[in-house]
Design a protein around this ligand. Structure first.
Ligand SMILES: NC(=O)c1ccc[n+]([C@@H]2O[C@H](COP(=O)([O-])OP(=O)(O)OC[C@H]3O[C@@H](n4cnc5c(N)ncnc54)[C@H](O)[C@@H]3O)[C@@H](O)[C@H]2O)c1
Length: 249
């Protein structure tokens, strides 16, 4: 039987691939047979990870929205058309409403949302993709729950969740699927540095919210693989909340 979860002969672009969830996605997509294209800023980390994954890397700052078209053209010219895309690049900013300035929203939205939409604009062009392109945007449970101090971040993730609904309908006639995966707390470098800002009491409270304990990056990469594989053929416009039971409480 053909393995419906295999990524054999698929070419997958992954942003945020130098660290945490994106790095795990690159490693696991490779193990499932994909050719992986890694994109992030940290060239040294990208070099090491791409070697391990037999992949290629592009060191690029996604704040530069204007350069994305040329970047995608170069990626496809050098690697062929894409079968999958994971947007795992993201930044976090915890500030209460009274301290937030327009620049704070803008910097978070630029990387978390606008860079993804700009990439989508180009990779959905038939010159740059194969017949059944599958897209996964990493959002967050803060797109569906309230947490003080997360307005800039959680509203950016909410924009991804509502955006995939519009795009699922718009892109279905092109045989393109698009979904969000919304992680709970996953122990990655981003989360470890956030945890350092919490008091012991706040940290314990956060951990206790997860009936299955905190997550690990492969809890998210395996969900992405499912959605990028042929098994995900009929799934689009959804937000998969992967949170060890946090939102079940
Ligand atoms: N870790 C968690 O608990 C958690 C929970 C919910 C959602 N998320 C989301 O998962 C995604 C990955 O998070 P992580 O914990 O692995 O974070 P991380 O900090 O370990 O990795 C973030 C990645 O994004 C890349 N990146 C950031 N800004 C960039 C820019 N301007 N240009 C190019 N690349 C850029 C970094 O290079 C890095 O590769 C993020 O979108 C985050 O919001 C994480």
């Amino acid at each position: 039987m053909n393995n419906p979860f295999s990524l054999e002969s698929k070419t997958i672009l992954i942003t945020g691939a130098s660290s945490g969830i994106g790095k795990q996605c690159a490693e696991d997509c490779y193990k499932l047979g994909a050719k992986v294209i890694l994109l992030a800023r940290n060239e040294q980390a990208l070099k090491t990870i791409s070697k391990e994954c037999n992949g290629v890397y592009y060191s690029y700052d996604l704040n530069n929205l204007e350069g994305i078209k040329a970047l995608i053209q170069q990626i496809v010219l050098e690697n062929g058309p894409l079968d999958g895309f994971i947007h795992a690049a993201g930044i976090e900013k915890t500030l209460p409403l009274k301290n937030l300035k327009p620049d704070d929203y803008e910097s978070v939205y630029r990387v978390n949302v606008l860079s993804a939409y700009e990439i989508l604009k180009h990779i959905t062009n038939k010159k740059f993709r194969n017949e059944h392109l599958k897209i996964v945007l990493i959002a967050s449970i803060t797109s569906v729950i309230g947490r003080a101090g997360t307005l800039a971040y959680s509203s950016s993730k909410g924009a991804l969740v509502s955006g995939v609904k519009a795009l699922a309908v718009e892109l279905a006639p092109k045989n393109i699927t698009i979904n969000c995966v919304s992680p709970g707390t996953i122990l990655t470098p981003m989360m470890k540095s956030f945890f350092e800002t919490l008091t012991d009491e706040e940290r314990q409270k956060r951990i206790q919210g997860f009936p299955l304990g905190l997550g690990i990056p492969s809890d998210i990469s395996y969900t992405c693989i499912f959605l990028l594989s042929n098994a995900g053929r009929w799934i689009t416009g959804q937000n998969f909340i992967i949170d060890g039971g946090y939102t079940a409480l």
